[in-house]
Design a binder for this molecule. Structure first.
Ligand code: FMN
Length: 188
């Protein structure tokens, strides 16, 4: 059983990556395999509506998306994490969810009934909207989304500041525990 945590920040080793690593640690503690997948530095372009994935399980855009799609398909759990940029999830994670979601949708819905959920970090505002953007993706693709002890948000601006948000870190940890619990029950 495996859970992947995809980090949609263009900044390496940033707050979103730290928060996601914390959630994955909580999951690993329960005996599941985990993999952190930072999108920083990768080339992930937006969907261009070519519709090739309507006929074949592939995307003709030659960038870094498809290997990540395959990891998502293989996993039992998928976590999507994003910082807030101008009140929204980042363009990077948006590009990934558009294309991975459309390939899945058009090729037998392999993400359906996996476990998953969002994590969002911001300096001050916009968490709820970004959280909703990511949650819509899980829901429209049929994943099971466990809750936590608060909404999955945390505060931080400079790298590492998120570690000082005790409630945010605790929420991410408890979310990880619930993801592990759900994966074991659904896939065990
Ligand atoms: C282009 C840009 C836009 C941002 N927009 C917001 C925003 O709308 N609201 C907010 O609270 N923080 C905003 N921030 C701050 C980031 O969300 C914050 O620094 C976050 O911790 C970055 O996560 P990271 O360290 O994982 O990259 C913005 C940062 C950047 C670079």
């Amino acid at each position: 059983m495996k859970v992947v945590g995809i980090v949609g920040s263009p900044r390496k080793n940033g707050n979103t990556e730290m928060l996601t690593a914390h959630t994955l640690k909580a999951i690993a503690e329960e005996g599941l395999d985990t993999e952190l997948i930072p999108l920083a530095g990768l080339d992930i372009r937006p969907c261009n509506a070519c519709m090739v994935c309507l006929k074949e399980e592939r995307c003709p855009i030659e960038d870094d998306l498809f290997p990540i799609y395959l990891k998502m398909k293989e996993a039992d759990g998928i976590i999507l994490a994003s910082p807030v940029y101008f009140g929204s999830a980042t363009a990077l994670i948006k590009a990934l969810i558009e294309r991975a979601g459309y390939i899945s949708r058009n090729n037998g819905e392999p993400f359906s009934r996996k476990v998953g959920g969002p994590l969002v970090v911001a300096r001050r505002a916009g968490h709820n909207f970004a959280l909703a953007q990511l949650t819509f993706w899980f829901q429209v693709l049929g994943l099971v989304v466990p809750g936590s002890t608060y909404w999955n948000i945390a505060l931080g601006r400079e790298k590492g500041e998120v570690l000082n948000d005790e409630e945010g870190m605790k929420t991410a940890w408890n979310f990880g525990k619930n993801v592990a619990w759900a994966v074991k029950r659904l896939k065990g």
